[in-house]
Design a protein around this ligand. Structure first.
Ligand SMILES: *Cc1c(COP(=O)(O)O)cnc(C)c1O
Length: 399
Protein backbone atom coordinates (compact mmCIF):
# COMPACT_ATOMS: atom_id res chain seq x y z
CA UNK A 1 0.00 0.00 0.00
CA UNK A 2 1.05 3.54 -0.59
CA UNK A 3 2.32 5.19 2.60
CA UNK A 4 2.35 8.91 3.24
CA UNK A 5 3.89 10.30 6.41
CA UNK A 6 2.41 13.66 7.41
CA UNK A 7 3.31 13.63 11.09
CA UNK A 8 6.67 15.40 11.08
CA UNK A 9 5.70 17.46 14.12
CA UNK A 10 5.69 14.19 16.09
CA UNK A 11 9.02 13.01 14.75
CA UNK A 12 11.08 13.00 11.56
CA UNK A 13 13.08 10.31 9.76
CA UNK A 14 16.81 10.57 10.41
CA UNK A 15 18.61 12.23 7.52
CA UNK A 16 20.85 9.69 5.72
CA UNK A 17 23.97 11.84 6.27
CA UNK A 18 23.14 11.98 9.97
CA UNK A 19 22.56 8.22 10.15
CA UNK A 20 25.90 7.55 8.49
CA UNK A 21 27.73 9.74 10.99
CA UNK A 22 25.96 8.11 13.94
CA UNK A 23 27.00 4.68 12.69
CA UNK A 24 30.62 5.84 12.63
CA UNK A 25 30.45 6.98 16.27
CA UNK A 26 28.68 3.82 17.40
CA UNK A 27 31.07 1.40 15.82
CA UNK A 28 34.45 3.00 15.19
CA UNK A 29 34.92 6.22 17.14
CA UNK A 30 33.52 4.81 20.36
CA UNK A 31 35.83 6.38 22.95
CA UNK A 32 34.64 8.07 26.11
CA UNK A 33 35.17 11.83 25.69
CA UNK A 34 36.50 11.99 29.26
CA UNK A 35 39.32 9.55 28.52
CA UNK A 36 42.77 11.03 27.99
CA UNK A 37 43.89 8.56 25.31
CA UNK A 38 43.46 9.00 21.58
CA UNK A 39 40.14 7.13 21.52
CA UNK A 40 38.76 9.55 24.06
CA UNK A 41 40.31 12.57 22.38
CA UNK A 42 38.67 11.71 19.08
CA UNK A 43 35.27 11.46 20.72
CA UNK A 44 35.90 14.73 22.60
CA UNK A 45 36.79 16.50 19.34
CA UNK A 46 33.56 15.25 17.73
CA UNK A 47 31.56 16.38 20.76
CA UNK A 48 33.01 19.87 20.61
CA UNK A 49 32.47 20.12 16.87
CA UNK A 50 28.80 19.20 17.38
CA UNK A 51 28.57 21.84 20.10
CA UNK A 52 29.79 24.41 17.58
CA UNK A 53 27.23 23.25 15.01
CA UNK A 54 24.36 23.56 17.49
CA UNK A 55 25.62 26.95 18.70
CA UNK A 56 25.93 28.15 15.12
CA UNK A 57 22.32 27.17 14.39
CA UNK A 58 21.12 29.26 17.34
CA UNK A 59 23.45 32.25 17.09
CA UNK A 60 25.07 31.20 20.37
CA UNK A 61 28.59 30.46 21.62
CA UNK A 62 29.60 26.78 21.92
CA UNK A 63 30.14 27.06 25.70
CA UNK A 64 26.50 28.14 26.02
CA UNK A 65 25.21 24.76 24.76
CA UNK A 66 24.33 21.94 27.19
CA UNK A 67 23.45 18.57 25.68
CA UNK A 68 20.43 16.81 27.17
CA UNK A 69 18.40 13.68 26.47
CA UNK A 70 15.90 15.67 24.38
CA UNK A 71 13.52 18.58 24.30
CA UNK A 72 11.69 17.43 27.42
CA UNK A 73 14.83 17.36 29.52
CA UNK A 74 15.98 20.70 28.11
CA UNK A 75 12.64 22.25 29.16
CA UNK A 76 12.91 20.65 32.62
CA UNK A 77 16.51 21.76 33.06
CA UNK A 78 15.67 25.33 32.06
CA UNK A 79 12.60 25.73 34.26
CA UNK A 80 13.46 23.60 37.28
CA UNK A 81 17.12 24.55 37.03
CA UNK A 82 16.26 28.25 37.18
CA UNK A 83 13.74 27.67 39.97
CA UNK A 84 16.23 25.66 42.03
CA UNK A 85 18.98 28.24 41.50
CA UNK A 86 16.56 30.87 42.83
CA UNK A 87 16.62 28.98 46.11
CA UNK A 88 13.11 29.83 47.32
CA UNK A 89 9.60 29.80 45.87
CA UNK A 90 8.81 32.55 43.41
CA UNK A 91 6.62 33.35 40.42
CA UNK A 92 6.72 31.95 36.88
CA UNK A 93 4.90 33.19 33.79
CA UNK A 94 4.02 30.88 30.91
CA UNK A 95 1.19 30.39 28.41
CA UNK A 96 -1.75 28.03 28.21
CA UNK A 97 -0.56 26.57 24.92
CA UNK A 98 2.87 25.27 25.92
CA UNK A 99 4.02 21.71 25.34
CA UNK A 100 3.40 19.41 28.30
CA UNK A 101 7.15 19.34 28.95
CA UNK A 102 6.74 22.97 30.04
CA UNK A 103 3.20 22.89 31.46
CA UNK A 104 3.66 19.81 33.61
CA UNK A 105 7.02 21.11 34.86
CA UNK A 106 5.34 24.36 35.92
CA UNK A 107 2.53 22.41 37.58
CA UNK A 108 5.08 20.35 39.51
CA UNK A 109 6.72 23.58 40.73
CA UNK A 110 3.35 24.80 41.96
CA UNK A 111 3.36 21.78 44.29
CA UNK A 112 6.58 23.13 45.82
CA UNK A 113 5.22 26.60 46.49
CA UNK A 114 5.82 28.41 43.21
CA UNK A 115 3.03 30.50 41.75
CA UNK A 116 2.46 30.23 38.02
CA UNK A 117 0.58 32.60 35.71
CA UNK A 118 -0.75 30.84 32.62
CA UNK A 119 -1.34 33.55 30.02
CA UNK A 120 -4.44 33.15 27.85
CA UNK A 121 -4.09 33.30 24.06
CA UNK A 122 -6.23 34.79 21.31
CA UNK A 123 -8.20 32.64 18.87
CA UNK A 124 -5.07 32.17 16.77
CA UNK A 125 -3.11 30.86 19.73
CA UNK A 126 -1.00 33.96 20.28
CA UNK A 127 -0.21 35.92 23.40
CA UNK A 128 0.27 39.67 23.33
CA UNK A 129 3.64 40.82 24.68
CA UNK A 130 1.92 43.37 26.93
CA UNK A 131 0.32 40.49 28.83
CA UNK A 132 3.81 39.46 29.92
CA UNK A 133 4.64 43.04 30.98
CA UNK A 134 1.47 43.17 33.06
CA UNK A 135 2.05 39.78 34.66
CA UNK A 136 5.64 40.38 35.81
CA UNK A 137 5.89 40.81 39.59
CA UNK A 138 8.83 41.63 41.87
CA UNK A 139 9.17 37.90 42.64
CA UNK A 140 8.97 36.70 39.02
CA UNK A 141 11.85 34.28 38.48
CA UNK A 142 11.24 33.14 34.92
CA UNK A 143 9.08 33.69 31.85
CA UNK A 144 8.74 30.70 29.53
CA UNK A 145 7.05 31.15 26.15
CA UNK A 146 7.43 28.73 23.24
CA UNK A 147 8.67 30.04 19.90
CA UNK A 148 6.26 27.97 17.78
CA UNK A 149 3.40 25.73 18.80
CA UNK A 150 3.58 22.00 18.09
CA UNK A 151 -0.15 21.52 17.53
CA UNK A 152 -1.27 24.52 15.51
CA UNK A 153 2.07 25.95 14.37
CA UNK A 154 1.41 29.46 15.68
CA UNK A 155 4.56 31.53 16.14
CA UNK A 156 4.68 33.72 19.26
CA UNK A 157 5.93 37.33 19.27
CA UNK A 158 8.97 36.19 21.21
CA UNK A 159 11.39 39.00 20.37
CA UNK A 160 8.94 41.52 21.85
CA UNK A 161 8.61 39.36 24.97
CA UNK A 162 12.41 39.22 25.08
CA UNK A 163 12.64 43.00 25.06
CA UNK A 164 10.24 43.25 27.99
CA UNK A 165 12.07 40.59 29.98
CA UNK A 166 15.44 42.25 29.40
CA UNK A 167 14.08 45.61 30.46
CA UNK A 168 12.60 44.13 33.63
CA UNK A 169 15.57 41.89 34.38
CA UNK A 170 13.58 38.64 34.25
CA UNK A 171 14.95 35.40 32.78
CA UNK A 172 13.30 34.24 29.56
CA UNK A 173 13.17 30.63 28.39
CA UNK A 174 11.73 29.43 25.10
CA UNK A 175 10.86 25.96 23.86
CA UNK A 176 12.04 26.22 20.24
CA UNK A 177 11.79 22.50 19.50
CA UNK A 178 9.27 22.94 16.65
CA UNK A 179 10.76 26.17 15.34
CA UNK A 180 14.29 24.92 14.74
CA UNK A 181 14.78 23.96 11.10
CA UNK A 182 11.68 25.90 10.07
CA UNK A 183 12.45 29.44 11.21
CA UNK A 184 15.80 31.18 11.52
CA UNK A 185 16.76 31.34 15.22
CA UNK A 186 19.06 33.87 16.82
CA UNK A 187 19.09 33.85 20.61
CA UNK A 188 20.49 37.38 20.77
CA UNK A 189 17.81 38.77 18.52
CA UNK A 190 15.08 36.92 20.42
CA UNK A 191 16.43 38.14 23.75
CA UNK A 192 16.18 34.71 25.37
CA UNK A 193 18.40 33.44 28.19
CA UNK A 194 17.46 29.78 27.79
CA UNK A 195 16.23 27.91 24.71
CA UNK A 196 15.38 24.24 24.17
CA UNK A 197 15.86 22.17 21.02
CA UNK A 198 15.47 18.49 20.16
CA UNK A 199 17.18 16.19 17.65
CA UNK A 200 14.33 14.06 16.39
CA UNK A 201 12.19 16.97 15.19
CA UNK A 202 14.94 18.09 12.80
CA UNK A 203 15.89 14.81 11.07
CA UNK A 204 18.26 13.87 13.88
CA UNK A 205 18.01 10.96 16.32
CA UNK A 206 15.62 10.56 19.24
CA UNK A 207 16.89 10.90 22.79
CA UNK A 208 19.12 13.90 22.21
CA UNK A 209 18.53 17.61 22.61
CA UNK A 210 20.21 20.72 23.85
CA UNK A 211 19.60 23.70 26.07
CA UNK A 212 21.11 27.07 25.26
CA UNK A 213 22.15 28.75 28.51
CA UNK A 214 23.26 32.35 28.08
CA UNK A 215 26.63 33.00 29.65
CA UNK A 216 26.19 34.17 33.25
CA UNK A 217 22.76 32.59 33.80
CA UNK A 218 22.57 30.69 37.10
CA UNK A 219 21.11 27.23 36.68
CA UNK A 220 21.10 24.34 39.17
CA UNK A 221 21.64 20.84 37.80
CA UNK A 222 18.81 18.34 38.08
CA UNK A 223 21.18 15.39 38.45
CA UNK A 224 24.52 14.73 40.10
CA UNK A 225 27.33 12.44 39.08
CA UNK A 226 30.19 14.22 37.37
CA UNK A 227 31.56 17.39 35.92
CA UNK A 228 30.20 16.88 32.40
CA UNK A 229 28.60 19.73 30.48
CA UNK A 230 30.07 22.34 32.84
CA UNK A 231 28.45 20.61 35.82
CA UNK A 232 25.02 21.19 34.39
CA UNK A 233 24.28 17.73 33.08
CA UNK A 234 26.37 14.82 34.39
CA UNK A 235 26.79 11.44 32.75
CA UNK A 236 28.92 10.05 29.93
CA UNK A 237 27.90 12.00 26.87
CA UNK A 238 25.69 10.38 24.22
CA UNK A 239 28.35 10.86 21.56
CA UNK A 240 26.51 9.25 18.62
CA UNK A 241 23.38 11.22 19.46
CA UNK A 242 25.31 14.44 19.92
CA UNK A 243 27.21 14.20 16.63
CA UNK A 244 23.87 13.34 15.00
CA UNK A 245 22.27 16.43 16.51
CA UNK A 246 25.21 18.57 15.39
CA UNK A 247 24.96 17.30 11.83
CA UNK A 248 21.18 17.69 11.81
CA UNK A 249 21.62 21.31 12.94
CA UNK A 250 24.18 21.98 10.23
CA UNK A 251 21.86 20.58 7.56
CA UNK A 252 18.85 22.41 8.99
CA UNK A 253 20.64 25.73 8.70
CA UNK A 254 22.03 25.03 5.26
CA UNK A 255 18.71 23.83 3.85
CA UNK A 256 16.42 26.11 5.86
CA UNK A 257 15.14 28.28 3.02
CA UNK A 258 14.70 25.39 0.58
CA UNK A 259 12.96 23.20 3.15
CA UNK A 260 10.64 26.00 4.25
CA UNK A 261 9.71 26.74 0.64
CA UNK A 262 8.90 23.10 -0.15
CA UNK A 263 6.97 22.59 3.06
CA UNK A 264 4.95 25.78 2.66
CA UNK A 265 4.08 24.79 -0.91
CA UNK A 266 2.98 21.28 0.10
CA UNK A 267 1.10 22.55 3.15
CA UNK A 268 -0.79 25.12 1.07
CA UNK A 269 -1.59 22.54 -1.59
CA UNK A 270 -3.08 20.35 1.12
CA UNK A 271 -5.08 23.07 2.86
CA UNK A 272 -6.42 24.58 -0.35
CA UNK A 273 -7.21 21.14 -1.74
CA UNK A 274 -9.10 20.12 1.37
CA UNK A 275 -11.04 23.37 1.52
CA UNK A 276 -12.03 22.98 -2.13
CA UNK A 277 -13.25 19.40 -1.63
CA UNK A 278 -14.73 19.31 1.86
CA UNK A 279 -17.28 21.70 3.35
CA UNK A 280 -17.19 23.06 6.89
CA UNK A 281 -13.48 22.80 7.49
CA UNK A 282 -11.68 25.32 9.71
CA UNK A 283 -7.94 26.01 9.62
CA UNK A 284 -6.69 26.40 13.19
CA UNK A 285 -3.81 28.62 14.22
CA UNK A 286 -2.58 31.93 12.90
CA UNK A 287 -3.23 32.58 9.20
CA UNK A 288 0.28 33.94 8.55
CA UNK A 289 2.37 33.74 11.74
CA UNK A 290 2.68 29.98 11.56
CA UNK A 291 5.24 27.27 10.85
CA UNK A 292 5.60 26.36 7.18
CA UNK A 293 4.91 22.66 7.79
CA UNK A 294 1.75 22.78 9.89
CA UNK A 295 -1.87 22.39 8.85
CA UNK A 296 -4.25 21.86 11.76
CA UNK A 297 -7.82 21.50 10.57
CA UNK A 298 -11.18 20.97 12.20
CA UNK A 299 -13.68 18.82 10.34
CA UNK A 300 -17.08 19.68 11.75
CA UNK A 301 -19.38 16.94 13.05
CA UNK A 302 -16.73 14.21 13.17
CA UNK A 303 -14.03 13.16 15.62
CA UNK A 304 -10.42 13.67 14.64
CA UNK A 305 -9.54 10.23 15.95
CA UNK A 306 -11.99 8.58 13.56
CA UNK A 307 -10.51 10.47 10.62
CA UNK A 308 -7.04 9.36 11.71
CA UNK A 309 -8.08 5.72 11.75
CA UNK A 310 -9.62 6.08 8.30
CA UNK A 311 -6.45 7.73 7.00
CA UNK A 312 -4.25 5.11 8.65
CA UNK A 313 -6.18 2.35 6.91
CA UNK A 314 -5.15 4.03 3.64
CA UNK A 315 -1.50 4.33 4.71
CA UNK A 316 -1.59 8.00 5.66
CA UNK A 317 -0.11 9.16 8.98
CA UNK A 318 -1.40 12.32 10.63
CA UNK A 319 -2.17 13.24 14.20
CA UNK A 320 -4.94 14.61 16.36
CA UNK A 321 -3.81 17.03 19.03
CA UNK A 322 -0.33 16.23 20.26
CA UNK A 323 1.21 12.79 20.00
CA UNK A 324 1.48 12.65 23.76
CA UNK A 325 -2.26 13.00 24.35
CA UNK A 326 -3.63 11.10 21.38
CA UNK A 327 -5.13 7.86 22.53
CA UNK A 328 -7.00 9.72 25.25
CA UNK A 329 -10.14 11.28 23.84
CA UNK A 330 -9.56 14.58 25.58
CA UNK A 331 -9.77 17.73 23.51
CA UNK A 332 -6.43 19.44 23.08
CA UNK A 333 -5.53 22.03 25.72
CA UNK A 334 -4.17 24.22 22.93
CA UNK A 335 -7.42 24.28 20.92
CA UNK A 336 -9.46 24.78 24.10
CA UNK A 337 -7.21 27.72 25.10
CA UNK A 338 -7.87 29.20 21.65
CA UNK A 339 -11.56 29.20 22.48
CA UNK A 340 -12.72 26.37 20.22
CA UNK A 341 -15.79 24.50 21.35
CA UNK A 342 -15.31 21.04 22.83
CA UNK A 343 -17.02 19.58 19.78
CA UNK A 344 -14.90 21.41 17.24
CA UNK A 345 -11.68 20.71 19.15
CA UNK A 346 -12.39 16.98 18.98
CA UNK A 347 -12.72 17.19 15.22
CA UNK A 348 -9.17 18.42 14.72
CA UNK A 349 -6.48 16.73 12.66
CA UNK A 350 -2.88 17.90 12.43
CA UNK A 351 -1.04 17.30 9.18
CA UNK A 352 2.65 18.18 9.31
CA UNK A 353 4.58 17.92 6.07
CA UNK A 354 8.34 17.38 5.83
CA UNK A 355 11.31 18.12 3.65
CA UNK A 356 10.60 15.08 1.46
CA UNK A 357 6.83 15.52 1.08
CA UNK A 358 5.88 15.67 -2.59
CA UNK A 359 2.83 16.79 -4.56
CA UNK A 360 1.87 13.15 -5.25
CA UNK A 361 1.68 12.53 -1.50
CA UNK A 362 -0.64 15.48 -1.03
CA UNK A 363 -2.76 14.50 -4.00
CA UNK A 364 -3.19 11.01 -2.58
CA UNK A 365 -4.50 12.53 0.67
CA UNK A 366 -6.85 14.76 -1.32
CA UNK A 367 -8.21 11.69 -3.07
CA UNK A 368 -8.64 9.56 0.04
CA UNK A 369 -9.78 12.06 2.65
CA UNK A 370 -13.10 13.41 1.27
CA UNK A 371 -14.86 10.01 1.20
CA UNK A 372 -13.60 9.25 4.72
CA UNK A 373 -15.04 12.50 6.07
CA UNK A 374 -18.26 11.99 4.14
CA UNK A 375 -18.72 8.47 5.47
CA UNK A 376 -18.10 9.61 9.06
CA UNK A 377 -20.42 12.57 8.70
CA UNK A 378 -23.17 10.33 7.40
CA UNK A 379 -22.83 8.29 10.59
CA UNK A 380 -22.68 11.37 12.84
CA UNK A 381 -25.78 12.29 14.84
CA UNK A 382 -24.51 15.87 14.96
CA UNK A 383 -24.42 16.01 11.19
CA UNK A 384 -27.94 14.56 10.91
CA UNK A 385 -29.22 17.13 13.38
CA UNK A 386 -27.68 19.89 11.35
CA UNK A 387 -29.36 18.50 8.24
CA UNK A 388 -32.74 18.50 9.94
CA UNK A 389 -32.17 22.02 11.27
CA UNK A 390 -31.33 23.21 7.77
CA UNK A 391 -34.45 21.63 6.35
CA UNK A 392 -36.56 23.32 9.03
CA UNK A 393 -35.01 26.62 8.00
CA UNK A 394 -33.21 27.40 11.22
CA UNK A 395 -29.44 27.94 11.33
CA UNK A 396 -27.32 25.09 12.68
CA UNK A 397 -26.54 25.36 16.38
CA UNK A 398 -22.98 26.23 17.33
CA UNK A 399 -21.66 23.29 19.37
C1 LIG B 1 8.58 17.19 20.69
C2 LIG B 1 8.52 18.42 21.54
C3 LIG B 1 9.11 18.44 22.81
C4 LIG B 1 9.74 17.23 23.43
O1 LIG B 1 10.97 16.89 22.84
P1 LIG B 1 11.53 15.40 23.05
O2 LIG B 1 12.89 15.45 22.44
O3 LIG B 1 10.59 14.48 22.35
O4 LIG B 1 11.59 15.17 24.52
C5 LIG B 1 9.05 19.60 23.54
N1 LIG B 1 8.44 20.69 23.04
C6 LIG B 1 7.89 20.71 21.83
C7 LIG B 1 7.26 21.97 21.32
C8 LIG B 1 7.90 19.58 21.03
O5 LIG B 1 7.32 19.61 19.84
Amino acid sequence: MREVYLDHAATTPVHPEVAELIQEYLVRTYGNPSSLHRFGRRARAALEEAREQVAEALGAEPEEIVFTSGGTEADNLAIRGAALAHGRPGHIITTRVEHHAVLHTCEALEETGFEVTYLPVDRHGRIAPEQVAEAIRPDTVLVTVMLANNEVGTVQPLAAVGEICRERGVLLHSDAVQALGQLPIDVGQLGVDLLSVSGHKIYGPKGIGALYVRRGVRLSPLMYGGGHERRRRPGTENVPGIVGLGKACELAVRELAARARTMREMRDRLVEGIQARIAEVVLNGHPTERLPNNANLCFRYVEGESILLGLDSKGIAASSGSACTSGALEPSHVLMAMGLSHELAQGSVRFSVGRLTRAEDIDYVLEVLPPIVERLRNMSPLYAERGRARQAGSPPGEG
